[in-house]
Design a protein around this ligand. Sequence first.
Ligand SMILES: *Cc1c(COP(=O)(O)O)cnc(C)c1O
Length: 364
Amino acid sequence: MKFNSVLDNLKIYEAGKPIELVVREFGIDEKDIIKLASNENPRGCSPKVIEALKDEAKKANLYPDDSMYELKEGLANRFEVKSENIIVGAGSDQVINFALQSKANENSSILMAKTTFAMYEIYGRQTGAKILKTPSHTHNLDEFLEMYKTNPDISVIFLCLPNNPLGECLDTKDVYDFIEQIDKDTLVVVDGAYQEYAKVKDANKEIDVKDMITKFSNVLYLGTFSKAYGLGGMRCGYGVASEEIIKALHKLRSPFNITTLSLRAGIEALKDEEFVQKCIEENFSEMVRYEEFALENGFDFIPSYTNFITLKYDNEKKSSNIAQNLLKKGIIVRDLGAYGMNTIRVTIGTPDQNSRFFKIYRSL
Ligand SMILES: *Cc1c(COP(=O)(O)O)cnc(C)c1O
């Protein structure tokens, strides 16, 4: 069968290997497997969310509230904006898709860092647009600006702050200086999937979402419940922007795009900030152990503002071999070899999981 030609150059997104697959492939007992591959919260989600979901499950026969009133109110309060400034998606993934569908097409280009969140390119290509990447793997705003100025057909720019899969993060004031120079008709997507972590580690990375979207009518800020809030399985994310942008994105949203349970999970998660802050504190104290481990073992890492860390190897070791050897011992990490980087990305686990990671790594 002949499919649309945009599919020809499209790769299927390779998600982190699920635990079930490692059980099947390597015959390892499920309890001996640690998944440190998808930046999920190793402490799960707030117990208050689980409690609320038990009750909410009784409403499984009813369609969810398509206005998403309560969740939008919760988010509006959190960011001190109006409900009209918010769109909710099945993960912020879906909002990325809406954003691209709203602005990109075969006559336009999309600009992003060389090594950044894979879905920008995948959804981008689906629109037929050209993908432009900066020469540097990490975000370099001089390169972004230079490319923006020489490619007048750029309709969407992605800034991942902090960046997945590398973990670096630009200072917010530099981001402001950059956006000042961008035409108001170019959509700037600011992906804050790990903002909750970054702002705890360094106040210079904190984004005041209300201020940003008020100053810049062309910015779409993205957030998610999948990382710090521990709700990856619930598929709940959101975008915050000017009413004009949100209105346009809503035209692309199908009704009931997230489930009754996902809505409830998001609503309750927002109410338990204490849980999230505890997780973030533990995340950064555990990250120090990885930094020390890297130095002890003679390899480098990228300082990270997220819940993962990238370990960088020189030519002697190959990241794909290391990832594969860890997998055989039941530890799932992400090899970044496909990005042309000799690097593995490891999600920071619980203290016990991390101790096991170090022990098994040393035994390889
Ligand atoms: C995880 C992630 C997302 C999307 O997560 P959802 O589960 O779809 O909400 C978006 N951007 C980045 C950079 C991410 O790492």
